[in-house]
Structure formats: C-alpha cells, structure tokens
Design a protein around this ligand. Structure first.
Ligand code: ZN
Ligand code: ZN
Length: 317
C-alpha cells in the first residue's frame, strides 16, 4: 500500500567546478541516496569548451553512493573521486555520449550491465578496448526490463525509455533503458535519454494510475511487469530540448515543460513524494541551458525543478 512504503520519507576534459553537497530534506547522512553528477549535459562534448566556459556541462553520468555509475565517457573522470573504482556500471544505451568503451576500461569497473538486447555488442567493443589498453576486460552482464539487480544494498531495475539508437544486434533492435534505483525507503528514477515515461515503464515502476492498490491486490496472474503501486521519492530526468517544446527531438528527448508536467502530475496524484524541500532534477541539458549556471536556469524554469551541474553532489530522500 502507498503509505507503508513512503514510511520515513514524506578525461579528455579539463576544468573542474567546485563541488557542493546538498542534504535538503534528508535527516541523516546515511538516509536517502547519495548522487554525484559526473556530467549533466547532452552529447557532443569537446574539452576546449570547459576552458572557455566553466559552466558548460559534460556528457551525462551519475555516481551513486560512491559505488555504482550510470553511463560513463571520458568526461566522467573529471568529477570522479580520486582513485575510486566503482563496483558496477549500468549503461542506459549505446549512444557515444553515454557509453565509451575505452573510458569504461580505464575506469577499471569489473561489472558492466546493459539491456540484454545489446550486451553482445558491448562485450565486443569492451574486449577490443581492453586489448588495445592491455588491461582486463570487465564482465558484461545482460539484464531485462523489470528484473532487479542488487549490489551492496542498492537495488537497480531497468525499465524501458522512450529513445532510439536503431542499433541492430544479432537481428534484434537495441532497447534503451532508464533506471529505478532503490535504497531503504528511497526510490530514485534516473531517466535519460527519454522523451517521457511510457505506460510500460510507469507500470514496472509502480506509478501508473491504472494500477490501483485494489486492482493490484485482486490480480490473478503474477506479472513481473506490473509493480505494486509505490511512489518515487526522488526524480532525475533529462531536459535536452530546453524550453523548446516543439523541437523535432520530441520523439526521443524531453523538454523542461515535459519534465515539469510529469513531476506536477506525479506529485498531485501521490506518485512522487519527495522529502520537503527536495526538488526534481533536470539533466542532459542541451538546447539553451547547457552552458548556463544552475542558478540562472532555476530562475528561468518551474520552481518544482532544480538544474543539475557537473560535480553537484546531493543526497536524495
Ligand atoms: Zn544522450
Ligand atoms: Zn541517446
């Protein structure tokens, strides 16, 4: 039931921005989920850009609890804590601004998870990169949607995103993913790249209005793709299109307005219940906002939202 689960929580790059850590709304330093944004921008990074503008964002990636990385390219090293080797990497999809095989080998991570539709491709390019670097190749593990993986008390579940790479692997098209990250009573959705949240994803997460607690209890078939109704407590979503709602990328990316509408609806219907003061974060910023300081972006967008920036560390309830 809803109330029960809400419980305690109503390289290649150069300049480094100062780190800031926010604990808004989270009572203890061990509560919630610690997230560091290693990058918060869209594709096409060039290291010279950072020399000209320290606010310009690297390719999107996050480090969770100093243990698990989501997406990784060469830019990710700039804000990675020194000598940290993560336990695992989860990749959302194979686009080059999210997955770079030489960077992953250099990271030294031993386990790499991708959606099973393109695991063999990831394995091939990681083995080639490892051979080139004369370094060991990581183990590459294929996962399916709605199949949770547990790593050191953190549960990670892939759900489908609304995006496309058109990559054909062994006759199958790659399925792109976003991730539900759970620790204790905290449930964080890391949603990039995606044009929104599909019905399938909403049902796998437990936030689809059609699946009421009563309907869920009355179900006669155990369906792994329908999660019990359970609100999110933390939310990070891409806003590549900035404030351009009519941009042609609308089939594969989101605008700030898209994120705002989703966040407001989820809050209104009790499906997003962040601790007081904690906002939803926008990341993968492209058009308009990529090189703006977060404070300037936040003065320009809905008060429901906060803008991620590279090096930002937040503990989300
Ligand atoms: Zn991207
Ligand atoms: Zn992409």
């Amino acid at each position: 039931m809803l109330s029960g689960v809400q419980a305690a929580f109503a390289a290649g790059c150069t300049s480094v921005l100062s780190l800031s850590t926010s604990f808004a709304g989270v009572s203890s330093k061990d509560s919630g989920i610690l997230v560091r944004f290693l990058g918060s921008g869209a594709s096409g990074w060039k290291s010279e850009w950072a020399k000209k503008n320290p606010h310009i964002r690297r390719q999107s990636s996050i480090l969770v609890e100093n243990k698990i990385v989501f997406d990784f390219t060469m830019c990710g090293f700039d804000h990675l804590p020194e000598n940290l080797v993560p336990a695992a990497l989860f990749v959302t999809h194979s686009h080059g601004d999210h997955f770079n095989a030489p960077a992953v080998v250099r990271l030294g991570v031993r386990k790499v998870y991708t959606h099973s539709s393109w695991t063999s491709h990831a394995k091939t390019v990681l083995e080639a990169a490892a051979q080139e670097a004369k370094a060991p190749a990581p183990e590459v593990i294929g996962i399916d949607f709605a199949a949770p993986v547990e790593i050191d008390g953190i549960t990670v579940t892939a759900v489908p995103s609304i995006h496309s790479t058109s990559r054909l692997v062994d006759g199958q098209i790659e399925r792109t993913a976003m991730y539900l990250i759970e620790k204790g009573a905290s449930r964080l959705l890391y949603a990039t790249d995606t044009a929104g949240i599909s019905g399938d994803a909403a049902r796998m997460i437990g936030i689809d209005r059609h699946i009421t607690p009563r309907r869920f209890e009355k179900r006669t078939v155990d369906n792994p793709f329908i999660h019990k109704p359970q609100p999110l407590t933390a939310f990070i979503m891409e806003a590549t299109n900035g404030d351009k709602d009519e941009d042609f990328r609308l089939f594969v990316h989101a605008s700030v307005q898209t994120v705002d509408r989703i966040v407001k609806m989820l809050k209104k219907t009790g499906r997003f219940t962040p601790p007081p003061g904690q906002k939803a974060y926008i990341t993968h910023l492209g058009l308009k906002y990529r090189n703006w300081p977060s404070e300037k972006i936040e003065a320009d967008i809905s008060p429901e939202l906060a803008a991620a920036h590279d090096g930002l560390e937040v503990r989300l309830g």
